[in-house]
Design a protein around this ligand. Structure first.
Ligand SMILES: [Zn+2]
Length: 219
């Protein structure tokens, strides 16, 4: 992965376009960002990704001062505060994805209905209480809801997912929306049977080593 500013700008724009192609966003809704040195590169406000160039990606410092030809996304505080609260976050995707948003409008988090919920850090994914978009109050509630997790729902709004880099954040966002669709479909049949705390503890332990080299294969 490129770590140059030019490379990250290209990658951020490509991620924003890919969010639309994956059905996570329509038009100007949603936004994405990536951590860059002690700054943030973030998609601009009020313009569709398909109408942007890499030079349109806004640059923010930790005080919220922005640089670039366009204003940063109206949710820039949310992005800034997630990076500050979670050092492991390298990139963030915020979307009004259809199934995540349907659940968010019920103000319901996602319980352990499927073991893959553990991919997002624990036994559930929370739904942050409602606050107006673009406010510090919303940012504070989302940071709380993300404690120990890499995804959350935003009441009557959408979802936020972070990952170690843009490719990871996008993949996780698509995976999360898939999980939301599965939960939504499950609810059509009634309340699901939830996994127990012991069953989820076993899953979380297995995920701890999932995709890593075997300990006995290390030199
Ligand atoms: Zn939004």
């Amino acid at each position: 992965m490129s770590v140059t500013e030019t490379g990250l700008r290209d990658e951020l724009l490509a991620t924003a376009i890919a969010m639309g192609e994956a059905g996570l966003n329509v038009g100007t809704s949603g936004n994405a960002s990536v951590r860059w040195n002690k700054r943030i590169l973030i998609t601009p406000s009020g313009i569709a990704a398909t109408a942007c160039t890499a030079a349109d990606m806004a640059e923010l410092d930790s005080s919220g001062t922005s640089r670039g030809p366009l204003a940063p996304s109206s949710e820039w505080q949310l992005h800034r505060d997630i990076y500050a609260a979670f050092p492991q976050a390298g990139a963030i995707v915020h979307a009004h994805a259809p199934f995540a948003t349907a659940l968010a409008c019920q103000r319901r988090g996602i319980p352990a209905f499927h073991y893959m919920i553990a991919r997002f850090g624990g036994t559930d994914v929370r739904c942050a209480p409602y606050a107006t978009f673009g406010t510090q109050a919303l940012s504070d509630r989302v940071v709380d809801a993300l404690t120990g997790r890499s995804a959350c729902l935003l009441s009557n709004h959408g979802m936020v997912v972070y990952g170690r880099d843009l490719a990871h954040a996008l993949a996780q966002a698509i995976e999360f929306e898939t999980l939301c669709e599965q939960y939504w479909r499950t609810l059509q049949l009634g309340e699901p049977v939830l996994l127990s705390a012991a069953e989820m503890a076993d899953v979380i332990e297995r995920f701890r080593w999932y995709g890593r080299p075997r300990a006995d294969a290390r030199s």
